[in-house]
Design a protein around this ligand. Sequence first.
Ligand code: MRU
Length: 354
Amino acid sequence: MTEAFDWNDVLRWNDGAVRFLDQTRLPFEIVVHETTNYRRIVEAIQRLEIRGAPLIGIAAVYGMALAAKESSDLDARRDNLEEAFRAFASSRPTAVNLFWALEQARQALAQSPPDEIPARLLNLALRVHEDDRNRCDAIGRYGLPLLGKGGIVLTHCNTGVLAAAGGTALSIVFRACKENIPVEVFVDETRPLLQGARLTVWELRQRGIPHRLIVDGAAPHVMRTFPVTAVITGADRIARNGDTANKIGTYMLATAAQRHGIPFYIAAPLSTVDARIENGDQIPLEERGPEEITSMLGRTVTLPDTPVFALAFDVTPNELITAIITDAGVLRPPYTSSIPDALERSGGTTAEQG
Ligand code: MRU
């Protein structure tokens, strides 16, 4: 169950195909799929085999590179790419990194001579992947001082290498461990799909990082009774005013952190900022199938036909967020000025030209 895993197998280009780890099978089985069909990548994103905001974006550009290879007839290729674009754009609605990455693919297509499109899209995918790795490293570097001498970090969902090329919130924990700063992680199980229990626990175990799993409802009690240094989560979309959409349950954590005087941090690359939207009310929040609530690991846990509200994300209002740790530094309130300043300093959010 915990044999050493090649982290590159989470997602990579492999000799004309895309190779990816099936995250729905963790932590019980390590299953790596390989495909040359972009439709399989769309399906993997919808089923959460590939998940986590930045990783979804990277996977979509690899998928576009696959779509470009399907036909050598230029008209057929253009139609195919258009179809792929639409399929990826409707695969998951909340993670803005997906739309950020697709927009870059759109621009690469517009600037590319038709016969160079497959090579250009592949280069873009490799660049977006590398760019995310660098952004995650920077998040770890900027976030580390906020942990001081270390202590307890409480986190939600999965924000490690299974969700972004180098991790977002967990990148700070990885950095602390590298620098021998003692950290213990309290991991919310993250109902309904258990990304905390299944994925974060697996990642931390692989790396030998001390952790304890808790049920989501235990978080406020842990904050009241343990010396929690910080609550740190990732983000799926950040509005211009700092309101942040993340996995359902994040808002509850931020509220409890404020109640207990514990800093609540969001860790995310600037590619998670949606500069077009003013506040969290404008963020589309994904609702998923009722079976994700009515059953657990394949077993029904409630009465048949129970009506459910299967919201996958919530929005944490900016006033509950102590700081947003990005690849361009630690942003503090008021976010209406610190976010645009960071975007301007970093020259926008596109992956650097290689
Ligand atoms: O539904 P998921 O598993 O894709 O949700 C993921 C999260 O909510 C993460 O916290 C978020 O994408 C940031 S991860 C780097």
